[in-house]
Design a protein around this ligand. Structure first.
Ligand SMILES: *[C@@H]1O[C@H](CO)[C@@H](O)[C@H](O)[C@H]1NC(C)=O
Ligand SMILES: *[C@@H]1O[C@H](CO)[C@@H](O)[C@H](O)[C@H]1NC(C)=O
Ligand SMILES: *[C@@H]1O[C@H](CO)[C@@H](O)[C@H](O)[C@H]1NC(C)=O
Ligand SMILES: *[C@@H]1O[C@H](CO)[C@@H](O)[C@H](O)[C@H]1NC(C)=O
Ligand SMILES: *[C@@H]1O[C@H](CO)[C@@H](O)[C@H](O)[C@H]1NC(C)=O
Ligand SMILES: *[C@@H]1O[C@H](CO)[C@@H](O)[C@H](O)[C@H]1NC(C)=O
Length: 400
């Protein structure tokens, strides 16, 4: 804590292009940490520890970076929260909380901000009855959840499937090529949903649901998060249940819906085949976490984590083809220091393809990984312990 305060003064006098700020959320504790990474010296330091009304298992920034949205993951009924962001992420001020709409009993698990007007915010639930999605309005001046003349701050309550279907969406991703098209990864329902957004209100309309065929996926996928390359030909799915990254082809239609015939033409494991004693790895011991593209889109980072802390998680990097967004090769799969706990969330940097941040809540830390000069492996170039009793660290948002 003292280190955090002392370093604020240091930070204020030392901003250069080499410094990048990061915001880190927590699970069961109530803080958001602001860190700074120097991409020349590889120094990673804590700048601020902001007390918050809730822990946020997931954080995301508004398009203009003036507002931070989060899940209030550990309370019932499900709530979403927003903070005003000032001084490059050093000052975070709580603005608003709004309960998720609909009649579900799930917990707030993920939140997505729109990248264009009307900048609505999309919240999803997990656990128990979780098929409710909520579209929140935002204040046009401050970005705060609610406002904009929308009663109760809720533009729309929508659902993924029927009651009891088991649907539970853990991540949504905008199409990289068609404005307003959004894909949802339905872990519980083993499906990918495509919606299109109303430009005036932000409300969603269902376009398509693709049930993932277990035979062609090599088993039950449990899609958790999605990456949509800029070329618009493919969607990559990280399968929490089978510890894989799977490629879906997109139809070249109005909404670029995933092609049901060409599903899973290619897939890659996020686990080695055998351990050092020759025993096969079992995907059931793991719950794969993340898949995201690098700053230029030329690389894709993915991560896996283990259920019990006696095992290690994994980070994998893929080389992407510039012409069509296909995978050229899975370059490597490397173990992480811990199982990752509930996290091992990898977050590629927005400034350089070679850097990514990794969170874990076993010991409570954030690491910066960097591709080697030959791009054939990666190493941890910075590590910051943020031990606050297994609360930290959930996910990282790069502010700069
Ligand atoms: C951040 O502040 C909270 C509240 O004072 C405290 O409980 C927590 O331990 C602090 N985190 C660290 C890493 O010092
Ligand atoms: C959304 O659901 C909440 C809670 O059930 C309800 O109060 C609100 O009126 C609903 N809003 C809309 C726009 O349907
Ligand atoms: C909706 O907004 C997007 C982004 O501003 C724009 O590209 C698209 O053409 C708009 N669609 C309609 C139907 O107005
Ligand atoms: C879907 O994929 C199949 C198999 O590759 C292909 O024959 C078909 O044309 C694709 N459909 C569309 C609409 O692109
Ligand atoms: C990580 O956070 C979760 C959620 O608060 C907690 O249940 C778990 O014990 C923490 N640590 C590990 C190692 O998973
Ligand atoms: C490694 O990847 C980076 C980022 O894409 C690129 O700038 C660099 O030229 C690559 N180096 C080699 C040896 O291919």
């Amino acid at each position: 804590m003292e280190t955090f305060l002392i370093l604020i003064a240091f930070w204020a006098s030392a901003i250069t292009a080499a410094f990048h700020n990061l915001l880190v959320g927590t699970f069961a504790t109530k803080s958001i940490y602001t860190l700074s990474f120097d991409d020349e010296t590889y120094e990673l330091i804590g700048l601020a520890n902001t007390s918050t009304p809730f822990g946020s298992s997931w954080l995301t920034l508004s398009a203009d970076k003036h507002t931070l949205y989060g899940t209030a993951w550990d309370i019932q009924p499900a709530v979403f929260v927003s903070y005003a962001v000032e001084e490059e992420g050093l000052t975070l001020t709580h603005q608003a909380n709004i309960k998720a709409g609909g009649d579900c009993t799930g917990s707030a698990i993920s939140v997505l901000a729109a990248v264009d007007p009307p900048y609505a915010v999309y919240g999803n639930l997990y656990y128990r009855e979780a098929r409710c999605g909520t579209v929140f309005s935002v204040d046009p001046e401050t970005g705060a959840l609610g406002g904009g003349g929308v009663e109760g701050g809720i533009v729309q309550n929508y659902t993924y499937g029927e009651a009891g279907s088991g649907s539970a969406v853990h991540g949504m991703t905008w199409s990289a090529t068609i404005a307003g098209v959004v894909y949802s990864a339905d872990t519980g329902g083993n499906a990918i949903w495509t919606h299109t957004r109303d430009n005036d209100t932000g409300a969603l309309s269902l376009v398509d649901k693709l049930d993932l065929p277990e035979d062609r996926m090599g088993g039950h996928c449990g899609p958790r998060h999605l990456a949509a390359p800029r070329q618009g030909n493919y969607l990559y799915v990280v399968c929490e249940a089978s510890s894989k990254v799977v490629q879906l082809s997109l139809n070249q239609d109005e909404f670029q819906t995933p092609n049901a015939t060409a599903v899973a033409a290619k897939q890659w494991p996020l686990l080695p085949e055998h351990d050092n004693d020759g025993n096969p790895y079992n995907a059931a011991d793991y719950w794969a976490d993340e898949v995201l593209l690098s700053a230029s889109g030329d690389w894709m980072w993915a991560s896996n984590r283990a259920h019990d802390r006696g095992r290690q998680g994994y980070v994998s990097v893929f080389r992407m083809q510039a012409e069509d967004g296909d995978v050229t090769s899975q370059v490597f799969l490397q173990p992480t220091a811990t199982s990752g706990g509930f996290a091992n969330a990898i977050a590629p940097s927005p400034f350089d393809d070679r850097f990514a941040a990794l969170t874990e809540n076993v010991t409570g830390s954030v690491e910066i990984w960097r591709l080697a000069d030959n791009n054939q492996s990666a190493s941890v170039v910075a590590h910051l312990d943020i031990p606050d009793g297994e609360g930290c660290c959930a996910n990282v948002v790069w502010y700069s």
